[in-house]
Ligand binder design. Structure first.
Ligand code: FCB
Length: 456
């Protein structure tokens, strides 16, 4: 029997900007994603988040869908500018009430809310004051965490401070692919530091407001594998693992920023010296605050090939992926998920782990029979749940799995062109159609195991 532990938390995940729409309803302030999407050329299909899945108005229907799916938990994020339109100060009661009603609706449906505080939609007013590169944004975040945990803390026990600090810093401030679209390496490490610091400072605040709170952070990790056994490819792997994974994991688990990566940055001019100008006394201890779990978003592995020597002088590749690739061009490779979970558990011992996102983009739409036969997502889901179960067998305290995503939604710089949902969204009518993957997930959740056949 391929069964999951009895208390395994089966869930689905979304984020506010990707589904809510209603970006100017009921006093919501502007976010950096509103501004970014309104800037020509930033979103590949020219779209924006004004309507998205209209979840702000259709949340009851969406909760009903989750109830049908049978999931035990729903991971969603709060739009900071809905609650604090200019980032700090006066609270917008209408915005706060939206989340309070959603939480009540979920609890009525027997679904546990799992709240992410920051999933990228910074109030534009805070960006105008400097955004994440400015230390003040960290204190504004802590105030916001206080507001939310006071309001929802009687009903919400599980909290994620930040979603993917790597994306916040590198995509937002380094390569400009995400809001606010800056291309300034100088801002990247300060942003990473301030998000981690604000996490560390928010954890005790949430704990003080919420009885029996469980608080953690979600990282997107990218397990690296060398394309060949050459020393150059091994070095490329070290650098990738260092800047992508260890830069965030090491400080969270009390090791400070990794010295080898600091040296890399000094050598390539990204840092003037190994003294990190944004770090103040006490910061590293604050960041290393003990947490109750670590959230992991996993989509694919990274195969590293050195660009320091010409391909012709490098060793022949031994990893030749001719794999299935999703519409994001991401390789489908589940074994790296097991390896990553086992590595995290043995090397960092973060305690319970949740897969807070895992999924794939495929454009499959309704067939003539009106159903959505997303076979590739069905296969992806099965293989990654097998990989999750294998990690549990190897002793990893994996406590839950959240499929990304409940429904198709606004995929950031790709707009509506990439469909990650288990539920199809017809954006013209806003009709929701559960895909085959949703039917499979429903059956898996019900069985709490993988020995499930999907009815044709
Ligand atoms: C993650 C994001 C999530 C979604 C998926 C595909 O990086 O957290 O919002 O866009 O990728």
């Amino acid at each position: 029997m391929r069964q999951f532990p009895n208390d395994f938390l089966w869930g689905v995940a979304t984020s506010a900007f990707q589904i809510e729409g209603a970006t100017s309803a009921d006093g919501r302030g502007e976010s950096i994603w509103d501004r970014f999407a309104a800037t020509p050329g930033k979103i590949s299909d020219g779209s924006d988040g004004k309507v998205a899945c209209d979840h702000y108005h259709r949340w009851r229907e969406d909760v009903a869908l989750m109830r049908w799916l049978g999931v035990k938990s729903y991971r969603f994020s709060v739009a900071w500018p809905r609650v604090l339109p200019t980032g700090r100060g006066a609270v917008n009661a209408a915005g706060l009430d939206f989340y309070s009603r959603l939480v009540d609706g979920l609890l009525d449906a027997g679904i546990e809310p799992f709240v992410t505080l920051y999933h990228w939609d910074l109030p534009q007013a805070l960006q105008d004051l400097g955004g994440w590169p400015s230390r003040d944004t960290a204190s504004a975040f802590v105030e916001y965490a206080d507001v939310m945990s006071r309001k929802l803390g009687d009903r919400v026990k599980r909290w994620i401070t930040h979603n993917e600090p790597w994306c916040i810093s590198v995509l937002g401030y380094g390569n400009g692919e995400h809001a606010p679209g800056h291309k300034n390496w100088g801002e990247v490490l300060a942003t990473a530091h301030h998000t981690l610091l604000s996490h560390g400072q928010a954890v005790p605040v949430i704990r003080a407001n919420v009885k029996n709170a469980e608080v953690g952070i979600t990282l997107n990790l990218s397990p690296a594998e060398p394309a060949s056994p050459s020393p150059e490819d091994a070095e490329a792997c070290r650098r990738h693992d260092g800047s992508f994974n260890r830069w965030f994991l090491d400080p969270l688990y009390g090791r400070g920023y990794p010295k080898d990566v600091v040296e890399d940055y000094v050598k390539d001019g990204r840092l003037a010296s190994s003294a990190l100008p944004f770090v103040r006394d006490g910061d590293m201890a604050a960041i290393a605050v003990p947490t109750d779990f670590l959230g992991i978003n996993y989509y694919s592995r990274a195969i590293m090939r050195s660009d320091r020597i010409p391909e012709s002088q490098n060793a022949p590749r031994t990893v030749h992926p001719e794999p299935e690739r999703t519409d994001m061009d991401w390789e489908v490779y589940a074994p790296a998920l097991t390896r990553m979970l086992v590595h995290l558990h043995t090397d960092y011992q973060p305690g319970p782990l949740y897969i807070t996102e895992n999924g794939c983009a495929y454009a499959t739409g309704p067939s003539e029979d009106g159903k959505v036969h997303d076979d590739k997502r069905v296969a992806y889901l099965r293989s990654h749940l097998e990989a999750s179960l294998e990690a549990i067998r190897q002793g990893v305290p994996l406590a839950g799995y959240f499929a990304w995503s409940l429904m198709d939604n606004f995929e950031w710089a790709f707009g509506y062109q990439k469909r990650f949902g288990m539920v199809y969204v017809d954006y013209d009518s806003q009709r929701r159609i559960p895909k085959d993957s949703a039917h499979l997930y429903k059956a898996l959740v019900e069985k709490n195991g993988l020995d499930v056949e999907l009815a044709a």
